[in-house]
Design a protein around this ligand. Structure first.
Ligand SMILES: C[S@@+](CC[C@H](N)C(=O)[O-])C[C@H]1O[C@@H](n2cnc3c(N)ncnc32)[C@H](O)[C@@H]1O
Length: 221
């Protein structure tokens, strides 16, 4: 009850006030957290739920890519989003995920998909420079860039570099906490040469499992 009240008060404060008292973790601390979340939140089994958010992603992606095209999800956790694409006929899939437990759960929960896709099990910071230019027709993230700390922002230019046609970001752009880094991804990716072609504020469209702080953006190269 008390923690709920603290959350409501915290959520309603403007960002410039929150920035004065919230201490965010650094890259090493955040990577350690995501490798094995220790606070009872964000455990892999939780990510098997909320299929609706994967269906939202699928419907958005299907407007821009076709079967047979190459797709990369950064921060795929148990692979619920990738499995939704797989069930819809997208087979050339890759995922980057830092948590070993999440990838193990992916292999149990979605064995057909997990057996056919490419999984990079480690921090995106350590893989992304090795991907060639224009390697994936679509690169997407859902609730991942919001946890990427300032020191790791170099990954954004690589995302723009490796995406051949489209980039989709579905991110919390307003929440601020020890593991939330709010940003406007339109400003970021347009500066990197992409063009935003669709924007959906989740204040206007409700998607179970994603709060109204989220904005879905589609970019093209
Ligand atoms: C909030 S979860 C979202 C999971 C999934 N995209 C979804 O929508 O269900 C964030 C995911 O990003 C992963 N992640 C966080 N930092 C990462 C990093 N530096 N490299 C790779 N994965 C990371 C976490 O382990 C976690 O699976």
């Amino acid at each position: 009850m008390f923690s709920r009240l603290v959350k409501i008060v915290n959520d309603s404060l403007p960002l410039f006030i929150k920035r004065t008292y919230i201490t965010r973790k650094n890259r090493e601390e955040l990577q350690e957290y995501w490798r094995a979340p220790y606070d009872g939140k964000n455990i892999p089994s939780e990510y098997l739920k909320d299929r609706e958010r994967s269906i939202f992603l699928l419907n958005l992606a299907k407007r821009y890519i076709e079967e047979g095209q190459k797709v990369l999800e950064i921060g795929c956790n148990v692979g619920r989003n990738l499995n939704e694409l797989f069930l819809s006929g997208f087979y050339d899939l890759s995922g980057v995920e830092i948590s070993k437990n999440a990838v193990e759960m992916m292999r149990k929960a979605y064995p057909d998909m997990a057996g056919k896709i490419k999984i990079y099990n480690g921090a995106v910071e350590s893989f992304i420079e090795d991907f060639k230019d224009n390697s994936f027709d679509l690169v997407f993230t859902m609730a991942v860039l919001e946890h990427i700390p300032t020191e790791s922002e170099f990954i954004f230019s690589h995302m723009a570099r490796i995406a051949k046609k489209n980039l989709i970001t579905i991110e919390d752009e307003r929440g601020l906490s020890w593991r939330h880094f709010p940003r406007n991804y339109k400003k970021i990716f347009e500066k990197l040469g992409l063009k935003q072609i669709q924007e959906i504020s989740l204040r206007d469209v409700r998607v179970p499992g994603l709060s109204s702080n989220f904005v879905a953006r589609v970019f093209k190269k």
